[in-house]
Design a protein around this ligand. Sequence first.
Ligand SMILES: [Zn+2]
Length: 519
Amino acid sequence: MSKKHAAQAQTKKAKKQHRFAGILLLIFVIIVALLSAAWAGLTVAGFDVYREVKNILFPVINAKAIKWEHNSIMLGNGQKYEAKLNLTPSNATSEYTLTSTNEKVIEIVEDNLIKAKSVGSCTVKATTENGLSAYCDFTVSEAPDKLDVPSEVDMAVSESYQIVPVEGKEYGDGSFTYTSSNELVATVNSKGLVTPVDMGETTITVKSYNNIKTQLKLNVGQTPIKFTLNNGKIGIGIDSPVQLQCEFEDGYGANSRQYSSSDEKIVTVDEKGYVTGRHEGKATITCTLFNNISAECEVTVDDKLSKVRSHLDPSKPMVALTFDDGPDGKNTQSVLNTLKKYDARATFFVVGSRLEKEKKMLKAEYEQGNEIGSHSWDHKYAGDLSTKQQREEITKTNEAVHDILGIYPTLFRCPGGISCDVYEKEGNIPIIQWSIDTRDWETMNTSSTYKSIKKVFDKNENLNGDIVLMHDIQDSTPPAVEKICKLLDKKGYQMVTVSELAYYNGVDLENGKIYSSFY
Ligand SMILES: [Zn+2]
């Protein structure tokens, strides 16, 4: 090889080496460009650089099937829901996208997050990269605006209790959160199932996805070995439901109960223990607890005890006579005799502390078909009582009436007509005032008590829809009642209970609301 040739070969070799370095540099630049494009998540000429690079580094395991965990889902309006889908095989890494058939009802907020936007229904489709799809039906209901749980629940340490915050509606998984204030007494799971741990008290707080809260006081007692049902005996009217009560010894209690009637033609009973008289006669109601312990109550159906008489004539005037502060061993019987004579019924607002002594009179009032209202325990004015004391005024009287009659008072009249927060705001019972005050308690005079009614007619006014206030503890009142009934009867009035007056005026009495007349 000549020197010249050798030099040429040398140059060629150098050129080759140079070109090779150039190619390497180019490849390097391309790789760097690709990596930085990938890093920036760029899509170059129609393909996703990031995904391609990822696919090279971590190859996709294609799904062979995709399935929603649930085929249909209920949500409350505004509720969010994380989609749950299962891929087969379980190590499949195919990605999927969600699409809604109606974005106004269900919106896909991000990757897997779904939000209910309005009431309605639609379908959400999940599609994998390799073209598989699965569908789920969504139904969106109104958002809960009120949670309805009992304020207090008694249960046995050996039973469980299911909280149902909104009766008859569902809001999908996880729409409520439950917490127990004392987990040593009872725990509650994410579905609202309460499991007792030990005897005692705890408060369960229930919260909805839209932040509505309510609380339930839970008393966990010993497992009962016996109990009674309304002292074993009750008298009811036709078509006016009364709730039976299970009576446990202190420290015992149970929640789950099953009721049955020995004769459904006479008495029917629902799952909450409400008995309804269908025909006059007798039937036995049996209540069975979760542990198979049972108790019976003999129910006598007597039309006389119907809360609202069905034969009243709504085209004729009606007035409600009411008697406070009794029962009174001396005067109440005389009032009852007059009422009976005129086929009249009245409402007696009784004072709880008198009942032990006046059991017979209370029974006589009720068994003649009159209505029993509560007038507190000892006639203390609400303004002089604490919240707790006011509550006791109601519950103590309710229990005293129930012990004697097997029914609870369904109306309340505040002592002195002075209402107070607890009576109204806690809304346990309708509050009844009056529109005509005979002032019999003040004048203690038969003639002026009678005149307070007569003067209404003298002025050419009427008493249709009025509630009249009297007191059956005044000696001067029974003779006035005789004269008043005679006058009203002559004027064509039907003398009715407050519930009858409300019913025939189309008013559904609401707890916590005050009524003084029905015009
Ligand atoms: Zn009074």
